[in-house]
Design a protein around this ligand. Structure first.
Ligand code: SF4
Length: 646
């Protein structure tokens, strides 16, 4: 008989893990809850500032506090990891989807408007970031995740690309309603008055460059951004041009944008700029068409509203006075009660202060402000969304938010496009789009292992590229210690291909591969005529140079990124991801795509050295060192084959 299942309550799990995070508390006291909650919702990953030891302690702490019968209980997280732990999601109002189709990051997350929409479409958020303390509390209450604080801790000048790559998990879609105060019409006059810079060089405008840095390193499949429409006109259009140029030219993404008024989806006129950028250019994305309708404000008004929302005689008198003065001058705001049969004007962060943007007429009384619940509805949040304790914070949070249904509609089209691209590109993309976290995990761990165990072979530091090419040819199917004396003699004797052509020696016979001696001579004859190519297509035309040697030569010696595929690397990938690795597989396009995807953008040289050494020292053909392997926690071969044999 199976044991009864015991699910640990989510908040109890958070408290338990917080308790078991002593080192982290000393190192990053403000980010302990962020790390704990991010890990709880994505247990396959090591969150920022955590290491494998801490994660292991957390796992043990949870395991020893839960008992289960191995069933698939409701409210259980699907982490994509066989190490799922039984933690109940029942207390989270908007938990992650039980099975996710894609992953996303939530930058400048606010109270989670993007998250609410994309979770509903089957997305799992793997990284959230928000500096405002009260917004973070609201976010946690609704999604069970505490966002990390200031984004600069991940993107500051002192942080290398490599560190960003390790800190932030891969995500399919990067979302950001990046700070818009420097651009907004409402915020501009005061800012200009006080000499605060506007546009991308303003203190918050450079947030755009923070998200660009993350996009450059993590290469998500899509960017989904929101901002005020005023971004078009600021600085004579230079701000928008800079954004477009950065995304299109520097990042190389296909760029789409639209100004959309939310009033077809929520009863609020809120015109915003939406940008969608796609890593794979396919011209398949289109913004959704919205119905030609305007929802009435009346549809979201509460029947009974507490008296405290009725504005005071003093405030009403001051509104009227300012309106009359402004009318006489022909500028500025004039107060008027809202027409409830039409959408409301745009709700802004400061709405709660005096409600002047949208006052509701009341029979025999001064008009009233909208309630926080009504503001939530104007942005498309469900009534079950847990609001901040104070009205002031609620007004500010909803005023700063994105209209959720608009995000959802655009999100649907992004997902459709990504699905189409996946179908077009075939099985590799399918493997990639469902295994991004695993790719991230493998890349980070192999890279770290490689740096700690780097082998200083002489061919890794040669200055002569021809020597380097010769070494890569020798290393094919031959062990490094066998190559070492042959290579040293060769490099000492020959300085250029013409030397070798004039006085050839049978190098490869000494390595047990006599057939290659003729090939190597032919290769050198060709190089003396055409020179040493620095492009893959030309390298592949040389006698005896195949895909692996060309890619290794380019990435290890010429600083050109290329993924490596040979029997050794494919063995590691096959074992880790759980696919067959017969010679036929190695010719498949999707495997090439997979290797390209795993290889980091900037530190590809380090990674390629790491995977070469790792495949020869840890994940060896006959006696893989499972116990010492940094990939063991997620390795399919270990879980599906080795562990079952034990
Ligand atoms: S756990 Fe074993 S099989 Fe899996 S990658 Fe590591 S060494 Fe290879």
């Amino acid at each position: 008989m199976s044991m009864p299942k015991v699910l640990l309550d989510y908040s109890a799990a958070v408290a338990l893990l917080e308790e078991a995070a002593m080192d982290l508390r000393e190192l990053r006291p403000n980010e302990v809850l962020a790390a704990v909650t991010h890990w709880l919702q994505a247990q396959g990953q090591t969150p920022p500032y955590c290491d494998d030891g801490l994660v292991e302690r957390w796992r043990i702490a949870l395991q020893s506090n839960t008992a289960h019968d191995g069933g698939q209980g409701q409210g259980r997280y699907s982490t994509g990891s066989p190490l799922e732990l039984n933690v109940s999601t029942a207390s989270i109002p908007f938990p992650p989807p039980p099975k996710d189709e894609f992953t996303f990051s939530d930058l400048f997350a606010g109270i989670g408007g993007f998250r609410l929409a994309l979770q509903g479409l089957g997305g799992r958020c793997v990284f959230a970031c928000e500096w405002n303390k009260s917004a973070k509390v609201t976010y946690f209450r609704n999604f069970g995740i505490v966002p990390y604080g200031d984004i600069k801790q991940f993107t500051g000048q002192e942080i290398s690309d490599d560190e960003i790559d390790n800190l932030i998990p891969y995500h399919d879609i990067l979302t950001a309603g990046f700070p818009c105060q420097p651009f907004s019409l409402a915020g501009m006059p005061a800012r200009n008055h006080f000499g605060i810079e506007t546009g991308l060089n303003g203190s918050q405008g450079d947030a755009f460059f923070d998200l660009m840095r993350i996009a450059t390193v993590k290469k998500p499949r899509a960017l989904f951004l929101e901002n005020v429409r005023n971004i078009f006109s600021i600085d004579h259009g230079n701000t928008f041009s800079t954004i477009r140029h950065s995304i299109e030219e520097e990042l190389g993404y296909e760029f789409h944008y639209a100004i959309i008024d939310s009033s077809a989806m929520v009863p609020q006129r809120r015109k915003r700029l939406y940008i969608v950028a796609l890593r794979e250019a396919s011209n398949q994305f289109e913004f959704p068409e919205f119905a030609n309708r305007q929802l009435p404000l009346r549809s979201i008004l509460q029947d009974e509203v507490p008296e405290k929302y009725t504005i005071s005689d003093k405030l009403w008198a001051s509104h009227i006075m300012r309106s009359e003065r402004n009318r006489a001058r022909g500028t500025g705001f004039t107060v008027k009660v809202a027409k409830v049969e039409e959408p409301s004007p745009t709700i802004v962060a400061r709405y709660g202060k005096d409600g002047k943007e949208c006052l509701i007429a009341q029979e025999g009384r001064n008009p009233r402000k909208l309630t926080p619940l009504e503001c939530a509805r104007l942005q498309g949040f469900p009534d079950s969304f847990v609001r901040a304790d104070s009205d002031t914070a609620s007004y500010r949070q909803f005023g700063n938010s994105v209209p959720v249904p608009v995000i959802e509609r655009i999100g649907q089209n992004i997902i459709k496009t990504l699905r189409k691209q996946t179908a077009v590109k075939g099985i590799a993309e399918m493997a990639l789009s469902t295994g991004r976290e695993d790719i991230d995990y493998l890349r980070a761990r192999v890279l770290r292992w490689g740096r700690q165990n780097f082998n200083h072979f002489p061919w890794r530091s040669v200055k002569n590229p021809w020597h380097a090419l010769a070494a890569e040819i020798m290393l094919q199917r031959t062990k490094a210690d066998q190559v070492l004396p042959v290579f040293m003699g060769f490099a000492a004797k020959y300085r250029e291909p013409a030397d070798f052509v004039a006085r050839p020696t049978p190098l490869f016979s000494r390595l047990g591969l006599p057939i290659r001696d003729d090939q190597f001579l032919a290769l050198n004859r060709t190089i003396t005529i055409v020179g040493l190519p620095n492009e893959k297509a030309k390298l592949l035309e040389l006698p005896g140079v195949g895909d692996y040697v060309a890619s290794a030569f380019l990435s290890l010696h010429l600083e050109k990124r290329a993924g490596l595929i040979d029997a050794n690397t494919v063995r590691v990938y096959g074992r880790f991801f759980g696919f067959e690795t017969d010679p036929e597989t190695r010719r498949k396009r999707w495997l090439v795509d997979l290797a390209e995807e795993i290889t980091p953008i900037r530190v590809f040289r380090d990674y390629n050295y790491a995977i070469i050494d790792f495949s020869r020292e840890i994940c060896t053909p006959r006696k893989p060192q499972h116990e010492m392997c940094p990939l063991r926690r997620k390795c399919r071969y270990l879980q599906n084959v080795v562990d079952k044999r034990r």
